[in-house]
Design a protein. Structure first.
Length: 89
């Protein structure tokens, strides 16, 4: 918590690492990582206080070969520092 949180990920290592190894990320994960830089605001050691909300829908379709494929489409996306939970109101 606090300033130390800026150097960590808020998730379990088993969700992002290959077989629990150290520093070996699942394929495609490392390329999506970004480094927080709060230097302009003087908050380089503090984790950003943000929340991400989104909705998606999944559609299944059957191809000519009889195989079923799924597609996921994002309906909307919101990135904010606001807490939208009922308890916050």
């Amino acid at each position: 918590q606090g300033y130390d949180a800026g150097g960590s990920l808020p998730c379990s290592a088993k969700n992002i690492l290959v077989n629990g190894t150290n520093n070996v990320f699942l394929p495609g994960f490392a390329g999506r990582m970004r480094v927080w830089s709060g230097i302009p605001s003087g908050r380089e050691r503090a984790t950003p206080h943000m929340k991400c909300y989104f909705a998606y829908k999944q559609t299944d379709s059957s191809g000519k070969d009889g195989c079923i494929s799924s597609e996921v489409e994002m309906s909307w996306f919101l990135l904010t520092s606001s807490n939208l939970s009922q308890a916050a109101w």
